[in-house]
Design a protein around this ligand. Sequence first.
Ligand code: SF4
Length: 96
Amino acid sequence: MALIPHINVCNDDNEIYCCLRNKIVKLDAQQQEQFCSGCKMYAGDAEGYAQGVTCIWEDLRDIGNPHVALDPLEEFVRNQIKQVPPEGPALFLYSS
Ligand code: SF4
């Protein structure tokens, strides 16, 4: 599984999708101080964009590397889809 930099670009309401909190948040001082500053996924600003944050995590989705997220709602929805491990669902089926 690849470690993918997710470049989360703020929308017009200064919102991004936060993987740690699994929700759409405003990228304001509170978010940055209470969550991003201590987050292991934090990897700096959204380089090349006016406002945003880069977060690195392992992602099973078939996406770019880096992955640029321009729409927080779309990114939130796409991250709610349960991922099946590469070895397939059989382990789940036969291990219970
Ligand atoms: S660095 Fe962590 S807390 Fe901040 S937006 Fe990314 S996932 Fe969320």
